[in-house]
Design a protein around this ligand. Structure first.
Ligand code: AMP
Length: 192
């Protein structure tokens, strides 16, 4: 199964992607995690994107598409994957369609976690506080960067809702309930 998990920052995408991936025995692929790993390792890509990520802005389409193109063709992804944080622009979605089509594949479902914006800032700041306790805080989990991330989501990523609805593969799930309830709803959406 080839899935995309769509939702604003703080909607719980990462947690749910990992849970679903375990259940379905396919990898959860987070472009944010891949980029953060590149930054930590100090690779050329990491050095190129570090400041952009810290501001909460999106990194260039070409760069992320290249990373995803390489990743989804690895052996562990041959029976499927869950993309978390990709695509984030219509250009990325089109590139993904082209990549899959070249291998005669397509996405099965795009699952959208619906969360109202008012609750997002609180969630992210909570995550930052919890992470601080474990000494592992994200450079972009602060109010200034979060506002930019939300603005980027609205301007660049929300158009994907129309894009995937037109393809008939979008399913909505209420992301505001408990983690377990959201996981259950995602499973229902996949079974429906
Ligand atoms: P995330 O962990 O998904 O919240 O991503 C963290 C940051 O990584 C984002 O704010 C962007 O700077 C960058 N990023 C992750 N995925 C993408 C993407 N698909 N396109 C552009 N930038 C991305």
């Amino acid at each position: 199964m080839r899935l995309v998990l769509l939702g604003p920052p703080g909607s719980g995408k990462g947690t749910q992607a990992v849970r679903l991936a375990k259940q379905l025995d396919i990898p959860a692929l987070s472009t944010g995690d891949m980029l953060r790993a590149a930054v930590s390792a100090g690779t050329p890509v990491g050095m190129q994107v570090k400041a952009t990520m810290e501001r909460g802005e999106l990194v260039p389409d070409k760069l992320v598409v290249a990373i995803v193109a390489e990743r989804i063709r690895r052996p562990d992804a041959r029976f499927g994957f869950i993309l978390d944080g990709f695509p984030r622009t219509v250009a990325q979605a089109e590139a993904l369609d082209d990549l899959l089509q070249a291998d005669r594949l397509r996405l099965d479902w795009v699952l959208q976690l619906k969360v109202d914006e008012a609750s997002l800032l609180g969630r992210i700041l909570n995550r930052a506080t919890e992470a601080m306790a474990s000494g592992n805080v994200r450079a972009d989990d602060n109010e200034a960067a979060l506002r930019v991330r939300l603005a980027e989501y609205r301007a660049q990523t929300e158009p994907l809702i129309t894009y995937y609805r037109a393809q008939g593969i979008l399913r909505d799930v209420d992301g505001l309930r408990s983690m377990d309830e959201v996981t259950a709803s995602l499973n229902e959406a996949l079974d429906a």
